[in-house]
Design a protein around this ligand. Structure first.
Ligand SMILES: Cc1cc2nc3c(=O)[nH]c(=O)nc-3n(C[C@H](O)[C@H](O)[C@H](O)COP(=O)(O)OP(=O)(O)OC[C@H]3O[C@@H](n4cnc5c(N)ncnc54)[C@H](O)[C@@H]3O)c2cc1C
Ligand SMILES: NC(=O)c1ccc[n+]([C@@H]2O[C@H](COP(=O)([O-])OP(=O)(O)OC[C@H]3O[C@@H](n4cnc5c(N)ncnc54)[C@H](OP(=O)(O)O)[C@@H]3O)[C@@H](O)[C@H]2O)c1
Length: 273
């Protein structure tokens, strides 16, 4: 540490900002349920990313802070960075992160990465974004990026959660996206939001895999079943959800792609197990 190293107040002591990371200021926090919240931080002028990528974040509350992967939920043109987060009781990061307030400091590593980017998909007519739980975060970025609508005529965001109140962030996000002065005109009439829950009564119930297998998803949307000629997919959820949704898309003839080998669908984990 030298005399110019900024010091931030941690909960128990003062810690220096580690070298090679951005130290950003929290600008807003909104809690949706006792398990879910979003927050926004200032954006470093030199920080570039592609909509849909993730980055490692931490808190300046220890000599060696705990970092975790977080999808950037804001689009690449936004002047702030948004994240949508789980609160894991006693979680090494979110046990503390869930208490942040405007004015606090969040650490962010400098290199974003990820496979849920438009470049990893071949062009198509319709893009499906399949999400469960906090897996909606990368799509919060992509549905607010005009490039997504340049590449696809129609964008269908599916979000499935256990309970109705866990859909709130996505519902607010889509409503705001349609009203947005920059993206609203691209998204209106082309962005569709399909929500379902699995453990409560709701107009649409069931896992997305079951809704595809039965054909109900396509009936509800009034579209033909998925075909490799017209449709592309992005998947974000738990490991089990990824595996099952991936198998469903492969059943429709889609093929997994990557940044260096664009194909007809791509996947990314929303958390580790
Ligand atoms: C590529 C990638 C992107 C990610 N993006 C996000 C994101 O945008 N928002 C986010 O909240 N998390 C995201 N995560 C998960 C995140 O990295 C952390 O696991 C999470 O913040 C909890 O951290 P923790 O240290 O409190 O608990 P951890 O020790 O990391 O996790 C404890 C347990 O909590 C559960 N858990 C962790 N994360 C989640 C989650 N998101 N939803 C449901 N259960 C979970 C798991 O069972 C896990 O074993 C992402 C993970 C990966 C690999
Ligand atoms: N209040 C709490 O303490 C609380 C509440 C909820 C969850 N949790 C914990 O948090 C963790 C994550 O829970 P979460 O609800 O965020 O995520 P999750 O368990 O991945 O569930 C999110 C949604 O994905 C569906 N899903 C799960 N596996 C799937 C698969 N293989 N294919 C398709 N869809 C699938 C779930 O349906 P199903 O309902 O059919 O599984 C649910 O609708 C879990 O470890 C859980 O124990 C805690």
């Amino acid at each position: 540490m030298n005399e110019f190293t900024p010091i931030v107040q941690g909960s128990a002591a003062s810690f220096a900002i580690p070298a090679g990371v951005f130290a950003q200021t929290v600008t807003a926090v909104e809690h949706f349920t006792d398990r879910l919240f979003k927050f926004r931080i200032t954006r470093p002028a030199s920080f570039r990313f592609r909509s849909g990528e993730f980055v490692m974040i931490g808190l300046p509350n220890a000599e060696k802070p705990v970092y975790r992967a977080y999808s950037i939920a804001s689009p690449s043109w936004d002047e702030e960075i948004e994240f949508y987060s789980i609160k894991v009781p006693g979680g090494p990061l979110t046990g503390h992160l869930q208490k942040i307030k405007a004015g606090d400091t969040v650490l962010m590593r400098k290199k974003p990465t990820g496979t849920l980017v438009n470049d990893a998909l071949l062009p198509g007519k319709r893009l499906y974004m399949f999400s469960t739980g906090t897996g909606i975060a990368p799509f919060a970025s992509l549905i607010r990026d005009p490039d997504t609508y340049d590449k696809f005529d129609e964008v269908i965001l599916t979000h499935t959660c256990r309970e109705v109140n866990e859909l709130k962030y996505g519902q607010q996000l889509v409503a705001e996206c349609l009203e947005d002065p920059l993206v609203g005109e691209f998204a209106t009439g082309r962005l569709r939001h399909y929500t379902s829950v699995t453990r409560e009564a709701y107009p649409f119930t069931g896992r997305i895999t079951d809704l595809m297998a039965s054909g109900k998803l396509f009936e509800d949307l009034g579209v033909a079943p998925i075909s490799p000629e017209t449709d592309r997919g992005m998947i974000c959820g738990s490991m089990a959800m990824l595996n099952d949704t991936k198998a469903t898309l492969e059943g429709f003839g889609l093929v997994e792609g990557a940044n260096n080998k664009p194909a007809t669908f791509v996947v990314e984990r929303a958390f580790v197990d």
